[in-house]
Design a binder for this molecule. Structure first.
Ligand code: COI
Length: 403
């Protein structure tokens, strides 16, 4: 029997539900689970085919104690968001990207997965059924959590014989308790999140269990979250427990990043960038006028090489940054570069774009900006991305899906 038979199948009753807002405190949403009205369930039997899914009343599910997900962690999840617009319509942000990522993850975890169309249709149905839980414009979003799990019973180590695809939703506000204020990260150099050849690059549930120890220790010391290094060299940035990382460097174009500023003075006159402003304006060119020097900002983020989650917000921010004229590099980024950066920020579906106020590495703390909020670059990218997601600016990339 289906683990879900306890719940009545609701044939279209959801479409008649009242559409006004749920009665909750919309001004104080954090990132905590709030049960909503419906969840979507679709089962995949031994033949590898998914049955027609259905909306059910939200509630607990039944699983065999021997289910593959409980015993061997055969499970994936996704995260995406729906936004309510002023005109009452709803926007989903890039749902087919999540569908595609779930398919890649399922292949790595030996699971069948819904087609892109099945995934997107299921997300749409779940969001519409829970419409009254989508926050009013500007108050947050509806976080959508698709799960794919080995729900069939196994005892010997093997892929489960049956699978369940389930979607639930919850209204959310800011992920970090800091809100949109800068977060404080500690670099972990002993525990690792992922290994080459492992599953770090897919959204399997085990990746998140693996970071809880370091994350709990960091939080107990007052840090917001943990930044992981690669496990081979212990030198290159990977990602934060819950999001990807970006560093911004102001580059003095005529000097390169690390040259001594005195060269700049001799060659070009007084350089007023924050990095060089301690220089005396000696050796100015004739006329004594300081030259105005443009300072390009280069944005770098660790390349996707199998140990880092290919974040959809990460990918979107790279495209937004390039469209805004920034140079973006996906490459190995060292912890030294991080400590020497001018601005650091994180991206993720849950965290959106979150400025980093400080990094602590082996007891050394480096602070960025004035400690007050976004840096110039992260502010610009956050603003463009969120306006796109909320339908406030033209979506030239066709990233949003209206419901
Ligand atoms: C997301 O950002 O959607 C995630 O899945 C990260 C999770 C730790 C909240």
């Amino acid at each position: 029997p289906s683990p879900f038979t306890r719940y009545a199948v609701l044939s279209n009753t959801f479409s008649n539900q009242k559409t006004e807002l749920a009665d909750i405190d919309w001004d104080n949403l954090g990132f905590a689970f709030l049960p909503t009205d419906y969840m979507y369930v679709m089962k995949c039997s031994r033949d590898g085919n998914f049955s027609k899914g259905e909306l059910q009343r939200f509630g607990n599910i039944e699983l065999s104690p021997s289910a593959g997900i409980l015993n061997y962690g055969q499970g994936l999840f996704e995260g995406l968001k729906a936004y309510r617009k002023e005109d009452g319509s709803i926007l989903l942000f890039r749902p087919e990207e999540n569908a595609q990522r779930m398919r890649m993850g399922a292949e790595r975890m030996c699971m069948p997965s819904p087609s892109i169309e099945q995934f997107v249709e299921a997300v749409k149905a779940t969001v519409l059924a829970n419409k009254r839980w989508i926050p009013p414009p500007g108050k947050g979003s509806l976080y959508i959590r698709p799960l794919l799990m080995g729900s069939g019973a196994v005892l010997g180590l093997a892929p489960a014989p049956e699978y369940t695809f389930l979607i639930y939703v919850s209204p959310v506000g800011n992920y970090f308790k800091e809100g949109v204020a800068p977060i404080h990260l500690i670099v972990e150099h002993e525990l690792h999140r992922a290994t080459p050849g492992g599953t770090g690059g897919v959204k399997t549930i085990g990746n998140y269990a693996a970071v809880l120890k370091a994350q709990s220790a960091a939080k107990a010391k007052g840090y917001s979250d943990v930044l992981y290094l690669d496990c081979v060299h212990k030198r290159y940035l990977e990602e934060v427990s819950s999001c990807n990382i970006f560093v911004v460097k102001v580059c003095c174009p005529h000097l390169g990043w690390y040259d001594d500023c005195l060269m700049c003075v001799r060659a070009m006159g007084y350089c007023s960038c924050w990095r060089h402003r301690r220089c005396l304006p000696v050796g100015l060119p004739s006329g004594g006028q300081a030259l105005s020097i443009s300072h390009d900002k280069i944005i770098s983020t660790p390349a996707i090489k199998g140990t880092i989650l290919p974040g959809i917000t990460r990918k979107s921010i790279i495209d937004v940054a390039r469209s805004q004229g920034f140079q973006v590099e996906e490459r190995l980024v060292t912890v030294d570069e991080l400590l020497d950066a001018d601005e650091v920020f994180c991206t993720g579906t849950a965290v959106v774009v979150s400025p980093v106020g400080s990094i602590t590495y082996r007891g050394k703390r480096v602070a960025y900006g004035d400690g007050g909020g976004f840096g110039v670059v992260s502010q610009e990218l956050y603003s463009v991305l969120t306006q796109l997601q909320m339908g406030l600016i033209e979506d030239k990339m066709s990233w949003t899906l209206g419901l």
